[in-house]
Design a protein around this ligand. Structure first.
Ligand SMILES: Cc1cc2nc3c(=O)[nH]c(=O)nc-3n(C[C@H](O)[C@H](O)[C@H](O)COP(=O)(O)OP(=O)(O)OC[C@H]3O[C@@H](n4cnc5c(N)ncnc54)[C@H](O)[C@@H]3O)c2cc1C
Length: 426
């Protein structure tokens, strides 16, 4: 699939190391994530819709034909992704493609200790740089890989950080210099930096072979399964406002855990202090519907999977929720997911809960991935184009590879039809 769309300047972002041998069906069944998952997400962030056969033999169509097309439904696509064929056999998959990055370079940073390498991860992310690819390899794995590829770094290196940076050439060159400087300040012992595509592929090869090479040092690798809570429809409304507060916020790990009743504004302010934000821009609908004093809460935003106009590029709460805790209709408390981006084992409970409108469970807390906020934003308003030209412009803007706009919104109805909405939103 990756090869088939290359000539269009597009790519399918998830790239598990098994990419050359695995199928897209297997990737969906395992919710595979690759080296680019920190910046671009795992398989479930790129699958838009599925055709699947249920154990009953029924053929079902889940999700939609375009990004966000099924946002108002239970996220059954998200639940089936990662279910390893236990819920359904997937027969057709609609994925989202993105423009290929203009330039990508990789740094292989060698450190004398795991501690130095770990500190460097926090320091780079703390500076607001989210690498396109980010991997860590310790001495045991270096030995396993070296037995297949030959030594890639000297013996004094105990840990390697692989960092890929992508974007325009100027942007990448600047970031490479910046990342190398941060690494030097954190005990860097030696560096390899790719100058060509071949060198880049060669450096990644060391990581991509790692899983296969594990056979040299471990006989078994186990994964766990989580059980599903029982969905129950409830009659009564529950006041969640008492469950407010931030359980933890770790800016360098790009993660925050908040209780469901925490106002969105509180979270926004806390993140802004560290120059971070929720990329999906929780919309403030309370004000839009004329109840400005009401508090939009994080639990409500996740339960309704509400995203702002960045939806098509920055994703929705479903793409940012890493873990949930909740209480089901039987009064049983449960948790699903975790606090890391590449947490792809087991049924994806957080996806199923996100957008379930409180019908499956009352969420008590949510753990979310946060992002560095852009240092500068400019809003471009193009007026008077008419529907056809406006749609063509939106489509063109989506294909700007170096810096695609973070927000794309069109007011495609005529003024007399949406007049009241416009006046209220002002
Ligand atoms: C060398 C190596 C490197 C790897 N690196 C990574 C990595 O970097 N990141 C990562 O996340 N994973 C990695 N993996 C694991 C990876 O997720 C899987 O290997 C891959 O996604 C599975 O695809 P497959 O086509 O090989 O599926 P298979 O192994 O054939 O199947 C995997 C499971 O999915 C089910 N399944 C397959 N197709 C369907 C379908 N159409 N409908 C329903 N169920 C289906 C199967 O029944 C089985 O339970 C790696 C594996 C290997 C061997």
């Amino acid at each position: 699939m990756t090869e088939a769309v290359k000539h269009l300047g597009l790519c399918y972002m998830p790239d598990p190391s098994s990419q050359a041998i695995s199928t897209i069906g297997g990737n969906v069944a395992e919710n595979s994530g690759g080296v680019h998952c920190l910046k671009y997400g795992v398989t479930s962030n790129h699958v838009v819709g599925l055709e699947a056969v249920l154990p009953s033999g029924d053929v079902v169509h889940l999700g939609g034909d375009f990004v966000g097309g099924a946002d108002r439904e239970f996220d059954l696509t998200g639940a089936v992704i990662g279910s390893e064929g236990l819920l359904a056999i997937i027969t057709e998959i609609t994925v989202r493609l993105v423009p290929q990055p203009l330039t990508a370079r990789i740094l292989s940073l060698g450190f004398r200790s795991v501690e130095d390498a770990s500190k460097c991860v926090g320091a780079i992310i703390g500076r607001g740089i989210v690498p396109a690819g980010l991997e860590f390899i310790d001495r045991k794995v270096i030995d396993a890989v070296s037995s297949m590829l030959g030594e890639v770094h000297s013996r004094e290196v105990e840990a390697i950080l692989l960092r890929e940076l992508d974007g325009s050439k100027t942007e990448v060159d600047t970031l490479v210099a910046e990342v190398e400087a941060i690494a030097k300040a954190n005990g860097l012992a030696e560096t390899r930096i790719s100058k060509t595509e071949e060198e880049r592929a060669q450096i990644w090869q060391g990581r991509k072979l790692a899983f296969g090479a594990m056979g040299k040092i471990a006989r078994d690798i186990y994964v766990t399964k989580r059980s599903i809570g029982g969905p129950v429809l409830a009659d009564a409304a529950m006041d969640m406002s008492g469950l407010a507060g931030i359980d933890f916020y770790e800016p360098e790990e790009l993660v925050i855990k908040v209780r469901a009743g925490t106002p969105v504004a509180t979270v926004r302010d806390v993140l802004a202090e560290k120059k971070q934000h929720l990329a999906f821009e929780p919309p403030a609908y309370a004000a839009f519907f004329g109840n400005a004093s009401a508090n939009d809460t994080m639990g409500g935003i996740v339960a309704c999977n509400l995203a702002g106009p960045r939806r098509i590029l920055a994703g929705a709460p479903r793409d940012a929720v890493l873990g949930v805790e909740g209480v089901n209709g039987r009064g049983e408390s449960f948790k699903g997911g975790g606090r890391t981006v590449k947490n792809v084992t087991g049924y994806d409970m957080p996806k199923l809960m996100t957008g379930s409108f409180g019908i499956l469970a009352a969420l008590t807390s949510v753990t979310l991935k946060v992002q560095p906020a852009p240092p500068r934003e400019i809003t471009l308003l193009v007026a008077g184009l008419g529907d056809a030209k406006a749609i063509a412009l939106l489509a063109d803007l989506l294909n700007v590879p170096a810096a695609p706009p973070r927000t794309l919104a069109g007011l495609m109805c005529r003024r007399r039809r949406c007049g009241w909405k416009a006046s209220r939103s002002r």
